[in-house]
Design a binder for this molecule. Structure first.
Ligand code: TYM
Length: 375
């Protein structure tokens, strides 16, 4: 497999985290591992799309060769906006199927749904008491999602980033692959870890962690497609919740749908530039070139070397071909996996059991540090 430079850098990541590893990593896997642990999550809110795939899931897959990884279907996050219960269960299985169809190996790594490990909610409560209102008030995603009717948003949506910090820190994860839209949440997770380490410095030291209890997790925002934009408006993020299905390519779209959406994607009248600089202030062209680079596992520079000065008609044809070749086998495999929900549930149960084994001692120690009595 040909790897683009940032991806190679990601795979090579191996620096020891600055903190002391607090204790045994539970069922650490056999390979001689450096002290890194990868965690990431995807919400089961339907319409899993190309942005999720290129910005997150392909990165998850790449990291599994060199790291211990936990990939979580974050159903607790999903209900911050009302979800129909049957749809939620179906979407949870669909994200699980997408992980596996894209190449995540649930036997070597941990794939599970968040609500099966109650430590996420317990640690999130502690973090609700660590994070400051001022920090949450700055979260742009809350503002976007709550919209004008903020009074009517759920309290869960407001404290969503605290739960996200809990997801990561419950496992002492050190690296978090995400798309660019999650950067601010990751910064908040670091602030929470730091404040917890400061607030409880005395008991943390007494428990034997002079370097701090929670690591400060590093975001991994890598590759040419960290922010895939709408196919109809290059200034808007590709999103699950956009009303128009033509704005996104869903992982379950068939070849005809994919080709049609790419053919109809908004462009401008100029041919493609030969250099990346020429994409500035051409958001639609930039987006399509980024998508091509992401799917081909190459760089935008390389794409423009091949297609510079080509008209969009020619480029779109090549992009449609590439997208269908890459995505339709994933869609087909997702459908095959989803036809056996019992097997998917078994994988999630097994993942949750293994996630518990890592989370439980970390949560127990957190409770000791905070001063909770436990038997
Ligand atoms: P979610 O479910 O919205 O998206 C899942 C992943 O896909 C990325 N993504 C994109 N990347 C590029 N272009 C896009 N248009 C695009 N849209 C989405 C997201 O950045 C994300 O990586 N809060 C998270 C889920 C979460 C989480 C966590 C992530 C909960 N706990 C802990 C990491 C660690 C979310 O809503 O992702």
């Amino acid at each position: 497999m040909r790897l683009i430079a940032p991806l190679r850098a990601t795979l090579a990541l191996g620096a020891r985290p600055r903190h002391n590893p607090p204790f045994d990593r539970g069922e650490s896997m056999q390979k001689a591992k450096i002290n890194t642990r990868v965690f990431s999550g995807v919400q089961p809110t339907g319409n899993l799309h190309l942005g999720n795939y290129l910005g997150a899931i392909t990165r998850f897959v790449a990291l599994q060769d060199a790291h211990d990884c936990l990939y979580c279907v974050v159903d607790l996050h999903a209900i911050t906006v009302f979800q129909d219960p049957e749809e939620l269960a179906k979407n949870t299985r669909e994200v699980t199927a997408a992980f596996i169809a894209a190449g995540i190996d649930p036997t070597r790594h941990i794939v599970f749904n968040q609500s099966q490990v109650s430590g996420h909610a317990e640690l999130a409560w502690i973090f609700n008491c660590v994070a400051r209102l001022g920090w949450l008030n700055r979260m742009t995603q809350f503002k976007e999602k709550a919209g004008k009717d903020r009074e009517n948003a759920s309290a869960g949506l407001y404290v969503y980033p605290n739960l996200m910090a809990a997801d990561i820190l419950l496992y002492h994860a050190t690296h978090v692959p995400v798309g660019e839209d999650q950067k601010q949440h990751l910064e908040l997770a670091r602030d929470i870890a730091q404040k917890f380490n400061n607030d409880f410095a005395k008991t943390i030291a007494r428990e034997g962690y002079p370097g701090g209890f929670f690591p400060l997790p590093e975001p991994l925002i890598t590759g040419p497609a960290t922010r895939v934009m709408s196919l109809r408006d290059g200034t808007k993020k590709m999103s699950k919740s956009d009303e128009s299905d033509m704005t996104r390519i869903n992982l379950t779209d068939d070849a005809d749908q994919i080709a049609k959406k790419i053919r109809k994607a908004k462009t401008d009248p100029e041919p493609l530039p030969s250099e990346v600089k020429g994409l500035e202030s051409r958001p639609e062209a930039d987006n399509l070139v980024g998508i091509y680079a992401g799917l081909a596992e190459t760089s935008k520079e390389q794409v423009l070397r091949e297609f510079g000065s080509a008209p969009f008609s020619k480029f779109k044809e090549a992009l449609a071909e590439l997208a269908t070749t890459r995505l339709t086998p994933i869609g087909a495999e997702m459908r095959r996996l989803m036809a056996d929900p019992v097997e998917i549930d078994r994988i999630l149960n097994e993942g949750a059991r293994r996630a518990h084994a890592i989370a439980d001692p970390i949560l127990a120690k957190t409770k000791d540090i905070v001063g909770f009595i436990r038997s």
